[in-house]
Write a protein that binds this ligand. Structure first.
Ligand code: GDP
Ligand code: MG
Ligand code: ZN
Length: 325
């Protein structure tokens, strides 16, 4: 790896700059990789600041950056430039309410890991995730793991949700990482793409990464020592190369990415089944609660929009109101 750029060794005064991709951020240091596969520890120059954006970490996993080598021996570099992002996902900084924390950038898709048992992922959580993906223009898929734990009740729920989500354009998958069931179809989904994996702690993200990238040997959690949704770790997002092509980004300890800047008025645009019907509401500022001539409520009554999705809409709408913009 250290001899990947012989030109640089010949010219120690001008190490030159190069493109690299950010694989991991640990506060002020970033792990970056160039096209030749050389890995460097990089940091921003002290003076570097991004105006206008209040982000607690200016560089995110998935960012394309321009780096300059500092020391070939220690594999260190400085980041001179962040190239324009195609997209990114955000959440509110845990410390400062009005600061954003960019979780990852330049994503092709986002895969939500959900489980119907141990732990149970709620529909409300899934729908908030989908709204966030719509906001960020990142295609979303839902992967239901731990199929081996399913009994009749969970199987019925899965098929109900599969139908509900696929009707509105979201792919769903049923897998058991433990039993190695359904993995190939997920590999097809991930192949040659940059995918963000998210979901509650304990749903099997690390276990999944370990079977698709066995060389990594990530730590997984012991269910016995795990106490429901309260678990909170503050580890950072990290990107991994898939051996069959593509990259995945693991987001340990991240419960939810934020509906940071959403307004009540725009919420229904992020429900695909509502978006396609908004023009039919009598009022163009309709929030689909009790306005007359509402096409959304009519579609719910006619069972063209799933009532549980509508309930999620109302719940999210309420939560926006509470924040008092
Ligand atoms: N029964 C069952 N357990 C699983 C499956 N996948 C993962 N687990 C277990 O769930 C626990 C949490 O997994 P982990 O990969 O750490 O979840 P993460 O927090 O999402 O990264 C571990 O004890 C895994 O062994 C599965 O398909 N079936
Ligand atoms: Mg994990
Ligand atoms: Zn309406």
């Amino acid at each position: 790896m250290f001899l990947s750029f012989p030109v640089i060794l010949n010219n120690p005064d001008n190490l030159g700059s190069m493109r690299a991709l950010v694989y991991k951020s640990t506060g002020s240091w970033y792990t970056v990789k160039n096209q030749a596969g050389g890995t460097y520890n990089a940091r921003m120059k002290g003076i570097f600041k991004i105006d206008g954006i209040t982000s607690t970490n200016p560089v995110a996993v998935g960012d394309e950056v321009e780096i300059e080598l500092e020391s070939e021996i220690e594999n260190t570099a400085t980041i001179n430039e962040i190239l324009p992002r195609r997209n990114y996902v955000n959440r509110q900084s845990p410390r400062h309410k009005y600061q954003h924390h960019i979780i990852a950038a330049n994503l092709d898709q986002s895969v939500l890991f959900a489980t119907l048992k141990e732990p149970r992922t709620s529909q409300g959580f899934i729908d908030r995730f989908l709204v966030a993906c719509e906001m960020y223009h990142v295609p979303a898929a839902i992967l239901f793991n731990k199929a081996d734990l399913h009994r009749k009740k969970e199987d019925e729920k899965f098929f109900e949700w599969k139908q509900m989500y696929e009707e509105i354009g979201y792919k769903t998958f049923l897998v058991s990482v433990e039993k190695g069931m359904g993995i190939e179809t997920v590999q097809d989904l991930l192949k040659n793409k940059i995918s963000l994996l998210s979901g509650h702690s304990g749903v099997g993200k690390s276990s999944f990464i370990n079977i698709v990238c066995p060389q990594l040997e990530l730590k997984t959690q012991d269910v016995s020592g795990w106490s429901g949704k309260g678990l909170h770790t503050t580890t950072f997002a990290e990107m991994f190369d898939l051996p069959f092509g593509g990259k995945i980004i693991d987001t340990p300890g991240m419960r939810e990415f934020g509906l940071v800047d959403i307004s009540k008025q725009e919420l229904s645009h992020y429900f695909p089944e509502m978006r396609s019907r908004l023009n039919d509401c009598q009022f163009n500022n309709c929030q689909h609660i009790n306005e007359p001539g509402c096409a959304i409520k009519k579609a719910v009554e006619e069972e063209k929009i799933n009532v549980d999705r509508y309930i999620s809409y109302c719940t999210i709408l309420d939560s926006i109101e509470e924040r008092k913009y």
